[in-house]
Design a protein around this ligand. Structure first.
Ligand code: ADP
Ligand code: 5GP
Length: 185
């Protein structure tokens, strides 16, 4: 166990399985605190305000940014996403392990502002499998999938910027590896 839990950032292309891995991990280890982001994206079926995201209007997002309330934020595939700063800092001060599930642009901002953050990249077993997962999830229309796949090419190329890469072949294995990296087990 390290002395002070670090902030861990999990990034990787849309559809690689970040949410699935994190949900699996938190089922067994609810003490791992996952930051709830603000987003201007509309909720998918089953997504709840305050649980999966804080769903905000463009005007509300403008205010969060202008007031400096976000630790980082980025525009991704046509919507804005950001991490509320206060909740993250509070958890870290309490010594709780903190996880952010954010995109590449956000990971880069955190790397600059929180120098001891640990950056973890979740990679797909192959490009074909990534396309299969993103398409198979069935939550986005074809033009949005295209935008997300274009972003995925950039994200995959940035893998060397991260401290660690985990390949999401098995959700159970990756969840276990992530917990170990976070010093939770
Ligand atoms: P992300 O949060 O990275 O956008 P999701 O967690 O929504 O991705 O996963 C995208 C799709 O891939 C979902 O349908 C999910 O069930 C599936 N999936 C996730 N991990 C795996 C895995 N290891 N093997 C097969 N399918 C997976
Ligand atoms: P989705 O719309 O699929 O939930 O998320 C799209 C992308 O936005 C994913 O790569 C996800 O990790 C990222 N994301 C979610 N929340 C944040 C955030 O607060 N900041 C940043 N920079 N990216 C985020």
């Amino acid at each position: 166990m390290s002395e002070r839990p670090r902030l861990t950032v999990l990034s990787g292309p849309s559809g690689v399985g970040k949410s699935t891995v994190v949900a699996h991990m938190r089922k067994e280890h609810p003490e791992v605190w996952l930051s709830v982001s603000a987003t201007t994206r509309k909720p998918r079926p089953g997504e709840q305000h305050g649980v999966h995201y804080f769903f905000v209007t463009d005007e509300e997002m403008d205010k969060l940014i202008a007031n400096g309330e976000l630790l980082e934020w980025a525009e991704f595939a046509g919507n804005r996403y950001g991490t509320p700063r206060a909740a993250v800092l509070e958890r870290l001060e309490n010594g709780e392990p903190v996880l952010l599930e954010i995109d590449l642009q956000g990971a880069r901002q955190v790397r600059e502002s929180m120098s001891d953050a640990q950056l973890v990249f979740l990679a797909p077993p192959s490009w074909e499998e990534l396309v299969r997962r993103l398409t198979g999830r069935g939550t986005e229309p074809p033009e949005v999938i295209e935008r997300r796949l274009a972003a995925a090419r950039t994200e995959l190329a940035a893998e060397p910027e991260f401290h660690t890469t985990l390949v999401n072949t098995s959700v159970e294995d990756v969840a276990r590896e992530l917990l170990a990296l976070m010093d939770v087990v």
